[in-house]
Design a protein around this ligand. Structure first.
Ligand code: AMP
Ligand code: MG
Length: 352
């Protein structure tokens, strides 16, 4: 009996040492983003350290300011006919991007880079370009002009002046990579947070509840002002909005999500897009990141229609300019504490 008590006491001590004390959190700026990684478990510190190193490693492949990054090499050899050998990670992102460029009729297009650079949104040289500048940049955009060779993981861009921008997909890809590292270290509870725009919630938080994520109000300057709250448990979550990076001129909001078909910041009627993918969805981080951008370009109606064509486990909410929430799947039921300013779109012009 005494022995049994001793064993029970030991188990209790281990568990108590486990609650709270083993949660590790680390923040850093990587991928141009304030990253916060949280993990609970015996190997939490090792998992987080390896994850941070991995994020920096991915940054080095996709960062246009790193001279020998894969994206720089692609731009450098554009139009030369030379195939650029890529890291498998970059190849995977490009192949995924191309698949969805085709599925969205080019709404998502990583070759949008010349337009992204021309508008310069979020930089100190942001401006409304002249029609001539726009036309010249638009000629250099088109996902069909990005060729991939699966056999040797290489790629080339057909015209000089072209480039790829992985800003709409790399953070989601990185979330999936961190998730794999967490799995390797047996982390069951944690939050992978890449600047709130791409996240993955594993298991439960310290209070033993699912992670609660506030969705930002798209028209309140204070980032703490929430539109609604979502519970995140073993799922990827991504949000894109026209409030993230923008400038205003002549009453128009020029933001960072470009419609490659017009060459201009998308005026699709959307203010923000949130997408959830459960654990059954492969590459859920990358997919949700890509979809927020794509659905934003497509707009509330076309965007939600497109989401409905995707496999189960993916669902989303689009906020339009009239504060209406267009949702798919179970999203409407999952949104809690929805601010009174917003209403759920019911179709045919009727609101709930
Ligand atoms: P996100 O904030 O995830 O919507 O990603 C936006 C970023 O993706 C921009 O800052 C650009 O780097 C890039 N981007 C903008 N428009 C597009 C587009 N239509 N397709 C693919 N990438 C885009
Ligand atoms: Mg995105």
């Amino acid at each position: 009996m005494k022995k049994l008590y001793a064993v029970l006491l030991l188990v209790c001590l281990c568990l108590c040492a486990g609650c709270g004390e083993q949660q590790v959190q680390k923040s850093d700026i990587v991928l141009d983003t304030a990253v916060t990684l949280t993990a609970d478990g015996a190997d939490a510190k090792a998992a987080i350290d390896e994850s941070m190193a991995r994020l920096k490693n991915i940054d080095g492949m996709v960062n246009p300011n790193v001279p020998d990054s894969d994206v720089c090499k692609l731009a450098q050899y554009a139009g030369s006919g030379h195939w650029v050998s890529l890291h498998p990670e970059v190849y995977k992102m490009l192949a995924f991007a191309q698949e969805y460029a085709a599925k969205t009729n080019g709404a998502f297009d990583v070759t949008t880079k010349p337009l992204v650079d021309l508008w310069g949104i979020g930089t100190d040289h942001a401006k409304v370009p002249s029609p001539q500048e726009l036309m010249a940049a638009q000629k250099l955009v088109g996902w069909q002009k990005l060729e991939l060779n699966e056999e040797n993981h290489s790629a080339r861009l057909q015209e000089k002046g072209m480039g790829v921008d992985l800003g709409g997909i790399a953070k989601g890809f990185a979330v999936d990579e961190v998730r794999q590292i967490y799995a390797k270290y047996g982390i069951k509870d944690g939050l992978i947070n890449l600047g709130a725009s791409s996240m993955y919630g594993l298991g439960l938080n310290k209070e033993g509840k699912s992670w609660r994520i506030g969705l930002r109000h798209p028209r309140k300057d204070d980032a703490q002002q929430k539109m609604a709250v979502l519970s995140l448990q073993d799922a990827a979550l991504s949000t894109s909005g026209d409030y993230e990076r923008f400038f205003e001129a002549g009453g128009v909001r020029y933001h960072h999500i470009i419609d490659p078909r017009t060459g201009r910041p998308a005026q699709s009627g959307a203010m923000s897009v949130t997408i959830l993918a459960d654990a059954s969805v492969p590459d859920g981080g990358m997919l949700t990141d890509l979809l927020t951008t794509a659905v934003f370009v497509l707009g509330p109606e076309q965007g939600t229609r497109f989401l409905q064509t995707l496999p189960r486990g993916v669902e989303g909410a689009v906020v339009d300019g009239r504060y209406q929430l267009w949702t798919t799947g179970n999203m409407a039921a999952e949104m809690e504490n929805v601010s009174e300013e917003f209403q759920f779109w019911q179709g045919s012009g009727e609101l709930q």
